[in-house]
Design a protein around this ligand. Structure first.
Ligand code: ATP
Length: 287
């Protein structure tokens, strides 16, 4: 059996508190998860449970005080500057808010060129890669010369996804990546994430408070409560037959707790996607 792409073993993260004698704020307390190449682990939990902190730890951006993070056989728990640079190729992030995560003064082409330039890719190679990225996320080539504000929320999130894909990462941390979008846009962006995974074999840590969204996109689901994983397993099992009391509560608090209603909502999502695809094809035919 091959080892997972990412293994987090008994991870402890503590934020220091002000004052000499103050005990640090232990936000993750012995978290263990694994993500296989090309698979998605959904991470759910209430606000403040430590989801974003876990995502940041994978990027080398959280104060790790115990346990290990292994990526592709390398220990990245305490990355040096050089290791962090290498990591920034392999592990990328897409945030919730495409409005604030994209530089409003930069045309999309420059936003996409930035990670390429940092890794020494420029000129015609960068240009070709940018065109390929825009196509991959379903944006027109002329998007390059336009500013983020000229796009809708869903399109801006496509720009953020294209930027994350620029260096062909092997893992993307998606931190509430569809939460700011309305339901129909959410469905299309989720569909895009799934398609990209099929095409590129990228793995996702998909952080969301919405169990319905997580179930739709994840192979496995882990449930975080106050910095502790209380349950993890196949997405279907965790979301349909949870064993832990906290997961059961989360499911009840979820906006669509009823499995039949969830199936209906999934069907609604699918119909919306089909409708949009048909409309797109029709507009191409007409043009
Ligand atoms: N940079 C930081 N410095 C100090 N404490 C922090 C920092 N970032 C997060 N925390 C604390 O860590 C805890 C977990 O926060 P985190 O953002 O990881 O949770 P979350 O599950 O992602 O919540 P949300 O869904 O609201 O974003 C919170 O108590 C928060 O105050």
């Amino acid at each position: 059996m091959t080892s997972p792409l990412l293994t987090v073993d008994e991870l402890v993260v503590e934020y220091p508190r002000k004052g000499l004698r103050a005990k640090p704020n232990r936000v993750l307390q012995g978290v263990s998860i694994a993500i296989e190449e090309g698979k998605t682990l959904g991470l759910v939990g209430e606000s403040g449970s430590g989801k974003t902190t876990l995502g940041r730890a994978l990027l080398g951006l959280a104060p790790v005080t115990g346990g290990t993070i292994t990526f592709d056989g390398r220990d990245i728990s305490h990355p040096s500057r050089r290791e962090r640079r290498a990591l920034s190729r392999d592990v990328q992030v897409v945030f919730q808010d495409p409005y604030s995560s994209l530089n409003p003064a930069m045309p999309v082409g420059e936003i996409l060129a930035e990670p390429l330039v940092v890794q020494g890719i420029g000129g015609s190679e960068a240009k070709a890669r940018i065109a390929e990225l825009l196509d991959q996320v379903g944006l027109p080539t002329d998007a390059s010369s336009r500013l983020p504000r000229e796009f809708s929320g869903g399109q801006r999130q496509r720009v953020a996804i294209a930027r994350a894909l620029a260096l062909r990462p092997r893992l993307i941390v998606c931190d509430e990546a569809v939460s700011a979008l309305d339901l129909s846009t959410q469905a299309r962006v989720l569909d895009l994430f799934l398609r990209i995974q099929q095409d590129t074999g990228v793995a996702y840590l998909f952080i969301s408070h919405d169990l319905d969204v997580v179930r739709h996109i994840s192979h496995d689901v882990a449930v975080l409560n106050h910095g502790v994983i209380v349950e993890q397993g196949p997405a279907k099992q965790v979301t349909e037959d949870p064993q832990d009391a906290y997961t059961k509560r989360l499911l009840l608090a979820s906006p669509v707790p009823d499995p039949d209603r969830q199936a209906q909502r999934r069907a609604e999502r699918k119909a919306l996607i089909a409708e949009t695809d048909a409309a797109r094809l029709a507009s191409v035919d007409a043009g």
